[in-house]
Design a binder for this molecule. Structure first.
Ligand code: CO
Length: 478
């Protein structure tokens, strides 16, 4: 039998380090402070990572809301220490780093400014895999000469790749589409950690036949399959994978880099990285661990969530469901919500469960269970059924759509165009509103994306009297 790892061309696996973004987002609720990144920043730059993910996802939200840090400063500061390794950010397409579609003028200005503060690689995704939600961002990424990584949200019809919706043809079609849009690489984004080893082998093998673009795999350890998944993806020829330093790895985070480096040593896919230096960097994260211990989930003995193999609900979504049920004094109905989610999701057009669709479907399922099916409907859920997030992978259930849109103030007819085409420009109004407060374009953009908490942050930043005002809490699902 041919040994795929020893015979054939040398093809080192490239490693993206996610410690400073998805790592602490996954295990510490995105609470890592910039100052705690600096002591190892220069050494991280020496490791030979393909890129380091340092921004995007939930970082923008938590930094200005909870950490009292200006989100725009982090890439600028890190860039002073990390001069060689490109920076990656996770961009939610037209949702940018928020939870709704923003108008094109906001999206353009946001991407331009992100390039300016030091982002080199943009991993762009859309929760519905509707590539029309990429268009405006991509235009600016390319215009700035940056790397556009088109990401495909990985979802399943059943327990494995295939079936009616999320089959090979679906992913191949998306990859070709992203390539035609000018993608510099393609990422499979498995946010729930549900991609199985032999499925990924098949997926990467088939994608390699239709595109020459580098393929990048992002997965989470949640279900426990991720190490096996990486090995099979690497055997199939995947070009890049995401990892974290060991202390920020596993659990609901990424696989750890250290065992991967050693596992591949001496093969034709050897990363060439120095495991001893990586281990030393991990020691530092162990030293600062007590500062962040309060954010670490301690409610289970198990480090993996075997349940996700059954219900496929991402970890972040489960904690939101639990919080919402607690508020409604209905925590005993969690199992009913788990049972309702697949049904509500199907009725809503089978969206992949990722921010923001995970929250939208989750919140609706909770209301369906506690109040009665569609007796109460959240605004974002109605927007989703109206087509305002984009085209869903399967058609929305016509009966549910009719009953929801009957009570919907934006109109009774669903729309089919590019979602942002229904939005008026927003930036000038925001600029006028925060004229006395915002001192930079970055400040204006912060308020454009997070109106209430953004303004509150700026008041704190500039020492403006905050009086008795409190920011409106953004409810899950918004
Ligand atoms: Co992730």
């Amino acid at each position: 039998m041919e040994d795929v790892m020893r015979e054939g061309p040398v093809h080192p696996v490239k490693i993206q380090d996610n410690t400073f973004r998805d790592g602490h987002q996954s295990i510490y609720a995105t609470r890592m402070k910039t100052e705690d990144m600096l002591p190892i920043a220069e050494q991280m730059d020496e490791m030979g990572f393909w890129a380091m993910e340092v921004w995007g996802g939930a970082t923008f939200d938590t930094m200005h809301r909870f950490l009292g840090e200006d989100p725009w400063e982090r890439p600028k500061v890190l860039k002073k220490y990390i001069k060689k390794t490109p920076f990656t950010m996770l961009l939610r397409g037209q949702n940018l780093v928020g939870y709704r579609n923003y108008a094109d003028d906001v999206a353009r200005a946001f991407v331009d400014k992100s390039c300016e503060v030091g982002i080199d690689v943009f991993r762009v995704f859309d929760a519905l895999n509707d590539t029309r939600n990429f268009e405006t961002c991509v235009e600016r990424i390319k215009a700035n000469g940056k790397h556009f990584q088109g990401a495909i949200c990985y979802s399943l019809t059943g327990r494995h790749l295939g079936g009616e919706v999320f089959n090979l043809e679906y992913y191949i079609g998306l990859a070709k589409k992203l390539e035609s849009m000018g993608a510099d690489s393609i990422a499979i984004k498995d946010m729930a950690g549900i991609i199985a080893p032999y499925d990924v082998f098949e997926l990467i093998t088939e994608l390699k036949k239709v595109t020459k673009l580098p393929l990048h795999l992002h997965t989470h350890y949640t279900s426990g399959m991720a190490s096996m998944t990486y090995l099979k993806a690497i055997e199939a020829g995947v070009d890049m994978v995401d990892t974290c330093l060991a202390p920020y790895a596993l659990r609901t985070s990424m696989p750890a880099v250290e065992p991967l480096v050693v596992a591949l040593q001496g093969t034709r896919r050897d990363t060439g990285m120095d495991v001893l230096r990586l281990i030393a960097l991990g020691e530092y994260l162990e030293q600062i661990a007590p500062k962040y211990e309060q954010y670490l989930a301690k409610n289970k003995l198990s480090l993996i969530d075997a349940g996700v193999l059954a219900h496929q609900i991402p970890g972040g979504m489960i904690s939101n469901l639990v919080g919402q049920l607690k508020e409604m004094k209905a925590l005993d109905r969690l199992q009913e919500v788990y049972d309702d989610i697949p049904r509500t999701r199907k009725e809503a057009g089978t969206p992949p469960l990722v921010t923001p669709t995970s929250q939208i479907v989750g919140v609706q399922s909770v209301m369906n269970v506690v109040v009665g099916r569609y007796k109460m409907v959240s605004q974002p859920f109605a927007d989703l059924l109206c087509g305002l997030y984009g085209k869903t992978p399967t058609p929305v259930d016509p009966e549910v759509q009719k009953s929801v849109l009957k009570r919907y103030k934006k109109g009774k007819e669903p729309v089919t165009g590019r979602p942002a085409d229904y939005l008026e420009p927003e930036l000038d109004a925001v600029r006028a509103k925060v004229a006395g407060l915002a001192k930079t374009e970055e400040d204006v953009l912060t308020c454009a994306i997070y109106p209430a908490t953004g303004e509150q942050f700026l008041k704190a930043k500039y020492g403006v009297d905050q009086g008795k005002e409190t920011a409106t809490t953004v409810v899950a699902g918004q």
